[in-house]
Design a protein. Structure first.
Length: 436
């Protein structure tokens, strides 16, 4: 599993920069004939400046107002600022426990670097990402977040989170497809953060740290499950490797691995392990689940077994509508607004499971997410899921199975590099025959 990546907003999250920002805003507004008490301008903390100045003046005046803001802020405003109590300790603890930390702020990147360097916080971050001086669009929160994720080399968006104090941080994180955490010691309210859809809301840096460390321990337990399921699938040959004589998928892609999770159903001990793991994943990740829906046909049996174990109704989604009877595509009772978890056996490029999600959403269901037995972790699949705002949690994945297969001599250790090369770019067949 990829290391956890945490992106932090700066103003109102790491440092209390409010007085400097509000006074710089007052200075800029005064230059355009708008008089306000600086203490009334707290809404300038967090959002992009073009948005907040747009409340006071026509569009053509905004660039000049931003220039005036920066005159004051670069001179004295950036020093009217201090780290929030507990922030330094939070960053230190998270870094020591292996979290990868980044800054994603709409503030000018050069100024963010200056502020964090001044307070001795810069060494905690792998990169500080902010707005370039000449590109307002690049400074939008979602674009800054995406830039930080790119610098982090993030390939699994489920392992990334943005932490901020305003709705813009939460909305930006949602648009980027990552988890979001709102903090209440800054300038936003619980109502604002909740309405924006924050996945987590914390009162203090200490509370956020405690939750992250708790989730990290849960990750370690999940890693044990990933390994156990990988061992099970290899033992019954549900997943096996042939790097020197690749298989050809229906799409024409040549693959060094073949996955036939239907064999799980014929192996009672492995079946029990898998269905129990699916149930535990649903209970942990989707506690509000009301209905399970299997994908046709591989996910149907698993949805039925787990539905029985959890005493939940289940159904399934056909590949297309029936050409007779009621011409249903969704089999089983599904009411509008019901919270659904989709059960899938494997995910490669994500197309088939997203078709199922689309059908369910069109029928009025609230799709909480997907549980799959195995995922290849292909870039195309991850990007498709993120673009459709679909969460997937897999019991195990390509990287874990490849590592376990090498340890247990199903394949040679040097084959693992070739397998990962395939996973990273299936269209590049240079891995075949060891030509990497």
């Amino acid at each position: 599993m990829q290391e956890r990546i945490i992106l932090f907003d700066l103003d109102g999250t790491l440092t209390d920069s409010g007085p400097g920002i509000m006074k710089a805003s007052q200075f800029a507004l005064h230059a355009y004939g708008v008089e306000r008490d600086w203490q009334e301008l707290d809404f300038f903390v967090g959002p992009p400046l073009d948005e907040t100045f747009g409340q006071f003046m026509p569009k053509e005046d905004i660039p000049g107002a931003i220039d005036q803001f920066r005159v004051y802020y670069h001179d004295v405003g950036w020093l009217e600022n201090e780290p929030y109590p507990g922030v330094r300790e939070m960053l230190d603890t998270l870094q020591k426990n292996g979290f990868r930390l980044f800054v994603a702020t709409s503030k000018l990147e050069s100024m963010a670097v200056q502020v964090l360097g001044h307070f001795g916080l810069a060494p905690y971050f792998e990169a500080i990402c902010g707005a370039p001086g000449d590109n307002t669009q690049a400074g939008k929160k979602v674009n800054v977040i995406r830039a930080a994720l790119q610098k982090a080399g993030c390939t699994d968006l489920t392992q990334a989170m943005i932490v901020g104090d305003r709705k813009h941080d939460i909305i930006g994180g949602k648009l980027a497809g990552i988890r979001t955490a709102g903090i209440l010691y800054g300038y936003g309210s619980r109502e604002e953060l909740a309405q924006a859809g924050a996945d987590l809301i914390c009162r203090t840096p200490e509370e956020f740290t405690k939750i992250m460390l708790s989730e990290q321990q849960e990750d370690k337990r999940m890693n044990a499950t990933e390994r156990k399921i990988a061992e099970d699938l290899l033992s019954i040959r549900a997943v096996f490797f042939r790097p020197d004589e690749p298989f050809t998928w229906a799409s024409g892609i040549k693959s060094p691995v073949y996955c036939d999770n239907r064999l799980i159903l014929t192996a009672p001990e492995v079946r029990t392990e898998v269905e129990t793991a699916i149930m535990q994943t649903i209970e942990r990740e989707y506690p509000q689940a009301e209905v399970l829906m299997g994908t046709s046909t591989a996910g149907i049996a698993h949805a039925a077994i787990v539905g029985h174990m959890m005493k939940l109704p289940m159904g399934y989604v056909r590949g297309s509508s029936k050409d007779h009877g009621r011409q249903n595509q969704i089999e089983g009772r599904l009411e509008k607004g019901q919270k659904v978890v989709v059960v899938e056996d494997l995910i490669s490029t994500g197309g088939s499971v997203l078709d199922v999600v689309e059908v369910l959403r069109a029928a009025g269901a609230e799709v909480l997410g997907v549980v799959s037995i195995f995922t290849y972790g292909m870039k195309k699949g991850l990007e498709r899921l993120a673009a459709a705002n679909v969460k997937n949690v897999s019991l195990t994945n390509f990287d874990v199975i490849a590592a376990v297969a090498a340890e247990q001599n199903y394949i040679k250790q040097e084959d693992v590099v070739r397998l990962i090369q395939f996973r990273n770019n299936p269209a590049d067949e240079s891995w075949i025959g060891g030509n990497n």
